[in-house]
Design a protein around this ligand. Structure first.
Ligand code: NAP
Length: 317
């Protein structure tokens, strides 16, 4: 008689995009950590058999969770940003970490351009003006700032940064960039974030989050950007010194900010709601059905490959 194949056990740290979660539930014996009343008892019971974990966003995976699952071999992340996963702890324990790069570049770059257009042209504010009935009673909406001819400084010209730069060129913008390592890009390079800001009209933040970029954009960089400069952040809230950014927006020390990411998501500082020069989105950079589907396919593929004894496709460490 043929032995029935047991589904491999995996732990889910949080809810994932529903079609992806449905696939995971079908192919693996999924254990929902986020529903456990007693996390440590839940993990203790699973410790002998769990070799993989699927995670997403801020749920990440810390060293304590890795220690609670000593048989863990793989952490498969839904998303390219792995700042909520303790990569050093994973490396030390020989745990493979995977992410979902490239498949989301287009949508995140679209979001970056939408924020640039909206913060410079004030389209959301002008629509609110129209809806409030002011066009007829107060006259035309105020004049705003063109994109064409302006310089976008990309802080973090990686996969997503390149996609943003390509789109910005189509809007007639010029591109410059700063990475820690100068690359063979066709764009002028600035040696530090403040120099990039000084040479830019729009500072586009597209670095990873985490300790290496914490508060990289603070008073020094915003001073260099100046009162006519705009900041757009599609990276992580942690890359910006948020209290300083709020202060600079309130006092008009920069012209405006377009933000998809914040320090404390989803409970963002309510001070943003009162600012007319901030355009804010609830971390929707990659949030289309198509892109989330492609991210999920990659997350599942990495799990499948690993359990088939093959190398994963998109390894981070
Ligand atoms: P990537 O290809 O690794 O690009 C990151 C770039 O940032 C690299 O060019 C890197 O160059 C540069 N960088 C890293 N640390 C830096 C530092 N301290 N100073 C200056 N530049 C630095 O990553 P990606 O795929 O484009 O993704 C970038 C990030 O976007 C993700 O990590 C994630 O946090 C964010 N993201 C956000 C959303 C959203 O929904 N809003 C969606 C997807 C991704 P060097 O190594 O030479 O410095």
């Amino acid at each position: 008689m043929r032995k029935t194949q047991m589904k491999p056990d995996i732990v889910l740290t949080t809810k994932i995009f529903p079609p992806t979660q449905a696939t995971l539930e079908q192919e693996f014996a999924c254990h929902r950590l986020y529903e456990a009343a007693d996390r440590s008892a839940f993990l203790k019971q699973l410790a002998p058999q769990v070799r993989a974990l699927a995670t997403f966003g801020a749920a990440g995976a810390d060293a304590k969770l890795m220690d609670a699952l000593p048989k863990l071999e793989l952490i498969s992340n839904f998303g390219v940003g792995v700042d909520a996963i303790d990569l050093e702890a994973a490396k030390k324990r020989g745990i493979i970490v995977t992410n979902t790069p490239d498949v989301l570049n287009g949508c995140v770059a679209d979001t970056a351009i939408a924020l640039t257009l909206n913060v410079m042209r004030k389209f959301p504010q002008s629509e609110a003006y129209l809806r409030a009935g002011y066009w007829a009673t107060r006259g035309d909406y105020e004049k705003t700032t063109s994109l064409g001819g302006k310089t976008m400084g990309v802080l973090g010209l990686g996969r997503i940064g390149e996609a943003i730069a390509g789109r910005a060129l189509a809007f007639g913008m010029k591109i410059r960039y700063h990475n820690r390592k100068k690359k063979g890009a066709a764009y002028p390079y600035d040696g530090d974030p403040a120099a990039l800001a000084r040479n830019s009209d729009v500072l586009m933040i597209a670095t990873p989050g985490g300790a290496g970029t914490k508060a990289l954009v603070g008073a020094k960089v915003l001073d260099a950007l100046g009162p006519k400069g705009f900041v757009v952040n599609i990276a992580r809230g942690s890359v910006v010194d948020e209290p300083v950014l709020l202060d600079y927006l309130r006092r008009g020390r920069i012209a405006g900010a377009g933000l998809d990411v914040f320090a404390n998501e989803p409970n963002i500082s309510s001070e943003f709601f009162a600012l007319d020069n901030a355009v804010i989105l609830p971390h929707v950079g990659s949030a289309t059905n198509e892109t989330r589907g492609a991210m999920g396919d990659l997350q599942v593929e990495n799990l499948r490959l690993h359990f088939a004894g093959k190398p994963v496709r998109t390894r981070v460490v």
